[in-house]
Ligand binder design. Structure first.
Ligand SMILES: O=C(O)C[C@H]1C=CC(=O)O1
Ligand SMILES: [Mn+2]
Length: 399
């Protein structure tokens, strides 16, 4: 069997898919996503797909669609040619030997290998990842238009359609007092009908966070994500210790490797990990980070890098297998994009995302859609985050 599972070829390409509206972060706004889609062929004729999405080029962390494509084409793909695709850990070790870091790129390749092997065996990917313990999860939606009235209108529509009742607000681009007022307006409008979380995406220093987190909790926010820089574990520790008991502090950018997870656990520097397949470097390593969460009595959240239905379904497969205490998920990337690359996306019903079964990740990529959004075919340039007039970077230049 294993010679049948040998990797014949790996190909990657960048897609550019517009978002349904600008999505604003503390560091700028995006109006398109540029996922890298990997296709992997086995000698047995089976094929699998993987995805790595970044946000605003390399604005979220060091990796960009271009760096991911380059790492796969020049290093990871050649290192894996002829290898047994079913030996996932061995593939990771080989990729680590030829390429330091580059977790997003490795994650996309490993995802394609898991898909191809699952399809060869005719089984769902979750069965190779430990077996599933859940069929669905509550699905959050991010309100990030930058305008309180528009965000409230959007939330009302989501509630009426029974799609989402957990809303994550992206803050940190404006003065903290303006953000607190924005969160307060939305909290009052949705009181008793929805829960609210905020993601500051590293925008605050420790003192700003210490001063403003109590007001966020007082207005009803129950989960606070990455308020300070990813290196600032000491501030995360102090904020976690001081947070009123109604709310939890969640690490995102700080928790990538199992070693990051262990450090946060040892220092009790958060209550929850946001798990994301891309930043952990694949499905297998997502499980390694989740194991540390469980052992340390830290909760987990099913995070997203705003992937298409492909990367979202792959994430759903690993989230389906995890033990420990979960705090819902945010695999809403497909709903934020104007179009999709699979024939039938995952089902969203009664505020829950229903996880697909297999074979593979249980979603089928439509080749013509890949062609339609292919950056090379569209002749588009690299995506840049829009620094806009609200951003600190733009203000700093003006000042
Ligand atoms: O969590 C992030 O930092 C990235 C992403 C996830 C949801 C969203 O709106 O942005
Ligand atoms: Mn985040």
């Amino acid at each position: 069997m294993s010679s049948m599972m040998k990797i014949e070829r790996i190909q990657a390409r960048i897609l550019d898919i517009p978002t349904i509206r600008p999505h604003k972060f503390s560091f700028g706004a995006i109006s398109r996503q540029s996922p890298v889609i990997v296709q992997l062929w086995l000698r047995n004729g089976a094929t699998g797909f993987g995805e790595a999405a970044t946000i605003g080029g390399p604005s979220w962390n060091e990796e960009s669609p271009e760096s991911i494509l380059h790492a796969i084409e020049s290093y990871l793909g050649p290192a894996l040619a002829g290898q047994d695709a079913s030996r996932f850990e061995a593939l990771l070790q080989r990729m680590d030997a030829v390429c330091k870091g580059n977790h997003f790129a490795k994650g996309a390749v490993e995802m394609a290998a898991v898909d191809a092997v699952s399809r060869t065996l005719g089984v769902p990917a979750w069965s190779l990842l430990g077996g599933k313990v859940r069929e669905s999860m509550p699905l959050a939606w991010t309100l990030a238009s930058g305008d309180s009235a528009k965000d409230i209108e959007e939330a009302e529509a989501m509630l009426a359609a029974r799609r989402h009742r957990v809303f994550k607000l992206k803050i940190g681009a404006r003065a903290a007092a303006d953000d607190i007022a924005h969160v307060g307006r939305i909290a009052r409008a949705l009181a008793g009908r929805a829960s609210l979380t905020v993601d500051i995406n590293q925008a605050w220093d420790g003192n700003t966070a210490r001063r403003h987190l109590p007001a966020l909790v007082a207005s009803g926010v129950t989960l606070i994500e990455q308020p300070v820089a990813r290196w600032n574990v000491e501030a995360l520790r102090a904020l976690t210790a001081a947070l009123p008991t109604d709310a939890l502090l969640m690490a995102d950018e700080t928790v990538c490797s199992p070693q990051d997870a262990l450090q946060l656990a040892q220092q009790r520097a958060c209550h929850v990990f946001s798990l994301k397949v891309a930043k952990h470097g694949g499905l297998v390593r997502t499980r390694a980070v989740a194991a540390i969460a469980e052992a340390a009595d830290i909760g987990w959240y099913g995070g997203t890098m705003l992937e298409t239905s492909l990367g979202s379904a792959a994430s759903a497969h690993v989230f389906a297998t995890l033990a420990g205490r979960d705090h819902g998920c945010e695999l809403f990337g497909p709903q934020l994009l104007v179009d999709d690359i699979v024939s039938t996306p995952m089902t969203l019903r009664d505020f829950e995302l229903h996880f697909p079964d297999g074979p593979g990740f249980g979603v089928d990529v439509v080749p013509e859609r890949l062609d339609r959004f292919d950056r090379a075919r569209q002749g588009l340039q690299a995506v840049h985050v829009d620094l806009g007039r609200n951003s600190k970077a733009a203000t700093a230049v003006k000042d």
